[in-house]
Design a protein around this ligand. Structure first.
Ligand SMILES: Cc1cc2nc3c(=O)[nH]c(=O)nc-3n(C[C@H](O)[C@H](O)[C@H](O)COP(=O)(O)O)c2cc1C
Length: 358
């Protein structure tokens, strides 16, 4: 199957056919709010939005490993409404056996609401609002994490979007802007009143970016104070930790982040732990080779061979992280331009690893 279609046609098709009630709309489309809640309680696992990573091909990989609730990377609401090619590509999807939400970012309530309506009309399952991105270019415009300094503005955005859509609406945030601030607690109270369906909390501050031990006790405090579904995020890197965090914080679900980029099959492990049947798949160089090869082939079908190579350069660094004898392959990534370069590189990584492991 090839996905190389004209993006505008694709979006118009999904948009129009949804409006007309076309029977070919994916069955895994829009969700009712209570359906989302039930699924969350049942699977206890949400897959993360990851800028530059959770595009359609990678979400398909995540779905193959059992991910049931997936999210696009963060998408600028204004760009979505303008229909820029890059944005429309981020919105591409097809039937993949999972519910997919769109994560929006922006600070203008009206634009956010209009973009959310577009996502709903396109058949996405839910909308998530980014209130935690620490990237300078996002915060400079008072969007993402910068909004944690302005709760009244967040209120306007959430009210406008809630009013605009009937599908589930979630938010993803951090504990506070600075380490000693705890804005997530009043934010949770406000979100509950507005009718937000769930809140993901990355248990670090904006200033901490991705470093430092996650402060789980603060998530426990929020879960104990505010009766709304909380999803715990930050530092979840295996099934046992996922289970412990769920137990310790009273959150209803967990969201692993960077660990999923290195181990998409961690999804299976986490699901098994959370269902009380702990088991994991050993992370071997051969398993990673297989996953990377499958991932590459989905990317090449979806984009083209060259784009698949460019994107796979980023993923390979995560996939082979921590293996002996693979450090030298990084130098070769810039010259990986074709599928045969990619396959040859995988062979070399494996040979090198086996030689050094002896
Ligand atoms: C490369 C990268 C891209 C990310 N992109 C997004 C994003 O688009 N939206 C978002 O809410 N969080 C984003 N995050 C944050 C993650 O979703 C997650 O909250 C964070 O990595 C903490 O979890 P971890 O400690 O398990 O990695 C990103 C993180 C990384 C490392």
């Amino acid at each position: 199957m090839t996905f190389q279609v004209n993006l505008m046609d694709y979006v118009d098709y999904v948009y129009m056919s949804n409006v007309k009630g076309d029977p070919y709309i994916p069955i895994w489309g829009p969700m009712k709010r209570d359906e989302f809640n039930n699924l969350l309680l049942q699977t206890k696992l949400l897959l993360p939005p990851m800028c530059g990573y959770t595009d359609y091909p990678y979400r398909k990989v995540l779905a193959q490993f059992g991910g049931k609730i997936l999210c696009t990377e963060m998408i600028k609401a204004k760009a979505l409404l303008m229909g820029t090619e890059q944005t429309l590509q981020m919105l591409m999807r097809a039937e993949d056996g999972a519910y997919t939400g769109v994560q929006l970012f922006g600070a203008d309530p009206q634009i956010m609401a209009e973009a959310a309506i577009k996502c709903q009309d396109m058949g996405f399952s839910f909308v998530d609002i980014n209130l935690g991105c620490p990237a300078r270019k996002v915060m400079k415009k008072k969007e993402g994490g910068a909004l944690l300094k302005d709760l009244p503005q967040i209120k306007k955005i959430l009210q406008a979007v809630r009013k605009a859509i009937s599908i589930p609406l979630t938010i993803k945030t951090r504990l506070g802007f600075k380490r000693d601030e705890f804005t997530a607690l009043p934010l949770a109270q406000m979100a509950k009143e507005i009718g937000i369906d769930a809140m993901t909390i990355h248990a670090r501050s904006i200033e901490q970016k991705y470093l430092g031990t996650p402060e789980w006790e603060k998530i426990s405090e929020i879960s104990a104070t505010v009766k709304m579904p909380i999803i715990a995020n930050g530092g979840i890197c295996n099934g046992a930790i996922a289970k412990q965090v769920l137990h310790q914080t009273g959150a209803v679900a967990v969201m692993p982040g960077r660990s999923i980029l290195a181990n998409p099959w961690l999804i299976e492990e986490i699901l098994h732990h959370l269902q009380g049947t702990p088991r994991g798949r050993p992370r071997t160089i051969q398993t990673i080779k297989e996953i990377a090869t499958e991932h590459f082939s989905i990317m090449a079908q979806f984009y083209d061979e060259r784009t698949a190579c460019l994107n796979m350069r980023r993923f390979l660094s995560f996939y082979f992280k921590g293996f002996r004898g693979v450090a030298t392959f990084r130098k070769k990534l810039p010259s990986m331009n074709t599928q045969s370069d990619f396959l040859f590189l995988l062979e070399q990584i494996e040979e090198n690893h086996c030689r050094e492991a002896k």
